[in-house]
Every structure is written in C-alpha cells, then in structure tokens.
Ligand binder design. Structure first.
Ligand SMILES: *Cc1c(COP(=O)(O)O)cnc(C)c1O
Length: 436
C-alpha cells in the first residue's frame, strides 16, 4: 500500500487503512461485514472465468469473502508479505499451510518448543496422514540440518516457543532452509507484526492464531497464513506448484498467480476442500483488533516488563523466564529479534512446586484461570496440569514444562492491581504444602 507521494505507508497507518477501498455504493468508512455465502455472477462467461481463477472476484465464502479479504490484505501489509489467507483457527492455519507443502511420505522439521495443540497436531494427526514431523532443538543448528532429508518440505518454528519462551534465531533457520531449497514457516502468534516481522529476517510463510493478540479481546477464534512471495517454487522440490492443472485452464499455480502461488494453492485446494472458513463477523472483529494492535501491544509489553521485574525480586518465586529481563540468558537474542520487548507472556517458578502452583491458581481473583493467551485481561495457567497434560512426562520435559511452572499472559489492567493480586495469591500458596 502506498500513499499519494508514492512512499510506502508506515505500520500504524496500515493498521488503520490497509486492504480497504471504500465500498463504491455506500462509501461506508468502517469495513462492512459481508455476511453472505455467495456472490452473483455477471454472466456464464464471468462465472466460468472465476472458477478457473482468471481475474478477481468472489464465488463462495468458503474460498474468499470481501470482509476477510480486507483482513488478509491488511495483515499481509503489516507483515511485509504479498498475500494472505484467513481461516477459522490458528490450528487450521498451521494444518493448511503445512499440508499445502507436504503430502503423504513427506517430512517436516520443527523446533520442539511448541504450543501444546501444535505438538499434538504434528505428533498424532500428521502422523496418521503419513507426514512425518521431526522434532529438533531449535538452538542446535547441526541437529536441524541433520534432520533434513530429500523428503523434507519445510522447517517450522514459533517466534517465541511455548511455554519455554525460546526465541527463534530466524535468520539462521532461514539460511538452513534456503540451503535445502525449502521454505521456513514461522508461527508468530506470540509476537504479532508489532513486535517482529519474521519475513524481514528471512521467513517465507508466517502464521498467526488471530485468536490471541490480533483479536486481542478474547472473543473469537481465527487464524491466518501470510506469504512473503519470495520462495522459488520452481526449484524442483515442489512440482505441485509448477505442474499445469486442468482445473486451472492447463496452467500451473506459479504460471497463473506467480508470487501468490502459495496462497492461491492453499485457498483453492485445502481451504476449499477442508472447509475451515473464517466467519466474516470474526474477520471483522480481527480488523477492529488490528486497528488498536500497536497501542495495545505497547501497553502489554510495558505491563509485562513491570510484572516480570516485580516477580524476579519476589521471595516466593524461584525463577522468572522473560527474555527482555536484564540478566536473562536470551537477553541478547531478544534485543536482536524483539527490540520492542519479548511479548506479554512469561513464566515463573513458584516456591513449593506443584501443590503451591495449584493453590496459587485457585487463589487469584483478578487474574483469570483460562487456557488462552493474548487477551486484554491477565490470564494464568499451570501448563503441566492443563495445556500440556496430554504429553508424557518426557514430552513435557522436552517442551520445557516443569511442575512448578506458571504461565502468565499479561493484560491491560493497571500493573499495580495485577501485582497486588499475584502477591496475595503467592501468600496463600504458602499455606498449602510450603516447605523451605
Ligand atoms: C493458540 C495458538 C495456536 C492455535 O490457535 P487456535 O486459534 O487456538 O487454533 C497456535 N500457535 C500458537 C503459538 C498459539 O498460541
């Protein structure tokens, strides 16, 4: 998106205007909600051309919807990508993105500090589909390289691993991906484009669970896939992108849609066939979320820095893991990749271990005990007994979940009130089983 002077618009401006052209009939200033399943064709020829992906236009909202299209273009603009596909959840975004690249017999290499749902998707469901996912230590580059073979179709990572908060070295990972002619796919849910644009560090495809900070108010489930538009699909590793298809008027995705080939394939194959369409109403809520994203993220990070520093000094806390905290082992990596702050999610260890952790969770009043992150309200959870409880003790250890670990997603309340509630719950946790 460019302004009148032909300059590229800046972040805050794209967050307000990206992807919207005022509707020609009403000139509605807000993005309208196109709550429709289907769209009238101008003629039989027009219908036929749309079905063969010739030209812009809408057929059916399972494939594309004008409200969601604004969200897609706006997020592509914020991330520095060329196109995007909005879907019904973060999980469906990951599924569609990776299965657009890999089919039965193929492999994916992933860093192992993952959101619990993604871990299950990879280790159970993808396995049933015949796609092997190899889990590697994201900081061990030779382990990553060794896990790649002729069948590998992508490297996957989260910008900040969950719940261990490992910061991905995206430049290094993208270099390894490049050397092997495969794309780097990055789940940037914890960072949002406000804190980091993975494409600027070499990522090829970016995914968000828009459910979290982008929606920002804990109201809707959604996901999105954004394509940097720079991967060379004609390098021999991805024949499905370069083989002509009857359904595309005997052209290939690359011939027909060039730099948007990945998003086009994702939309017209798995998006169409699996049917994980985003409701236009939820798409509209995510657009509202993007408009306040810069302000909200700034405040999320400001509160998080204060609360992490407070707990770091607290006598009932054994450790705090927040990469933006001075003295943290990842502080330098955080300065490189997340100069505006390492997000609003951090973890700490409570004195007294498992029992104290449970009592703490039961005792908070202002903080909400829910399985979510990225709400405007502060949320807490004990991963070992909830989000990561489906994992074996060994898998829990690999993903960095320990019994005393508590995860906080810091909201937009006054930091003083959040601290007071945490302090009072910590005091109560003393009662349970506290042993010095
Ligand atoms: C929540 C989350 C997901 C899954 O998104 P849903 O919208 O819940 O399907 C994936 N990755 C990360 C990092 C998440 O936090």
């Amino acid at each position: 998106m460019t302004n009148e002077h032909d300059g590229i618009l800046n972040f805050n401006t794209i967050a307000q205007h990206g992807g919207q052209e005022l509707d020609a009939v009403t000139h509605s200033r807000a993005v309208p909600i196109y709550q429709t399943t289907s769209y009238g064709f101008e003629s039989t020829d027009h219908a036929a051309s749309l079905f063969q992906m010739q030209g812009e236009g809408y057929i059916y909202s399972r494939n594309a919807n004008p409200t969601n299209r604004v969200l897609e273009k706006r997020l592509a603009g914020l991330e520095g990508g060329v196109d995007a596909f909005a879907v019904s959840s973060g999980q469906s975004a990951i599924t569609i993105a990776l299965l657009t690249l890999a089919k039965v017999g193929d492999e994916i290499v992933t860093t192992n500090a993952l959101y619990g749902g993604t871990y299950n998707l990879f280790s159970e469901t993808f396995k049933r589909f015949g796609v092997t996912v190899r889990f590697v230590d994201g900081t061990n580059f030779s382990e990553i390289t060794n896990a790649i073979n002729a069948n590998t179709k992508a490297i996957f990572t989260e910008t900040i691993g969950n719940p261990g908060l490992q910061i991905a070295d995206i430049e290094k990972l993208s270099q390894i991906a490049d050397e092997h002619g495969i794309p780097l796919v990055v789940d940037s849910t914890f960072t949002t484009p406000y804190l980091q644009c993975p494409i600027a560090f070499g990522a090829d495809i970016v995914i968000h669970s828009t459910t979290k900070f982008i929606g920002g108010h804990g109201t809707s489930i959604g996901g999105i896939i954004i394509d940097a538009g720079k991967f060379n699909w004609a390098n021999g590793n991805f024949p499905e992108f370069t083989t002509p298809k009857g359904s595309l008027n005997n052209q290939s995705y690359v011939e027909l849609t060039s730099e948007s080939a990945f998003i086009s394939k994702a939309r017209f194959e798995l998006g169409h066939d699996l049917g994980t369409a985003l409701s236009p109403f939820n798409g509209w809520l995510f657009i509202q979320g993007l408009q306040s994203l810069p302000l909200r993220m700034k405040q999320h990070v400001e509160n998080t820095k204060q609360i992490a520093a407070y707990l770091n000094e607290h006598e009932l806390v054994t450790w705090v893991n927040y990469p933006s905290l001075k003295g943290d082992g990842q502080f330098e990596l955080a300065e490189t990749y997340l100069p505006h702050g390492a997000g609003a999610i951090f973890t700490f260890g409570i004195k007294g271990g498992l029992e104290a952790a449970k009592t703490f969770i039961q005792s908070v009043k202002l903080l909400s005990h829910v399985a979510n992150v990225g709400d405007s309200k502060t949320l807490v959870i004990h991963p070992a007994s909830t989000t990561h409880s489906r994992l074996s003790p060994e898998e829990q250890r690999i993903t960095g979940v320990t019994p005393e670990l508590i995860r906080i997603s810091v909201g937009l309340e006054d930091a003083e009130d959040i601290k007071a509630d945490i302090n009072s719950a910590l005091r109560k946790s003393l009662g349970a089983s506290f042993v010095e």
